[in-house]
Ligand binder design. Structure first.
Ligand code: FES
Length: 125
């Protein structure tokens, strides 16, 4: 008996601790600033495109609460890579999906470069 909930043929694809999706994308849609900057549309585009291009078992786009970087959004975080993007627009989504989610190359021009570990919010959460 194993503790894994994945089918046997899929277990070998994931390194330990990677989680069930190859690329799991979180779009902040509930905080102070991202919702006013088009985050819902970014999420909708990301959800559709990640699932459509990678398949629902490999790529997922989910809504996230505030990621603690208010004012830099819409914020997008990709796991298990731990790569974060700032100021993402709907028109950026295809490039993120193609370069990062499919190609494994984070999109340099939108990378979030926080000033410190943790909260980099420009406005109070
Ligand atoms: S509102 Fe998106 S990081 Fe806070």
């Amino acid at each position: 008996m194993t503790s894994s909930y994945l089918p046997e043929d899929q277990r070998r694809l994931l390194p330990p601790g990677a989680g069930p999706f190859e690329r799991h994308v979180f779009v902040c849609v509930f905080g102070k600033t991202c919702p006013n900057e088009g985050a819902e549309a970014v999420h909708a585009a990301m959800k559709d495109m990640a699932k459509g291009r990678l398949g629902k078992h490999r790529g997922r786009g989910h809504k996230s609460g505030c990621l603690g970087q208010c004012g830099h959004g819409p914020m997008v975080a990709v796991y298990p890579d731990g790569v974060w993007y700032a100021h993402v627009r709907v028109e950026d989504v295809p490039e993120i999906v193609e370069s990062h989610l499919e190609g494994g190359r984070p999109l340099e021009r939108l990378l979030f470069r926080g000033h410190r570990i943790g909260n980099n919010a420009l406005v109070k959460e």
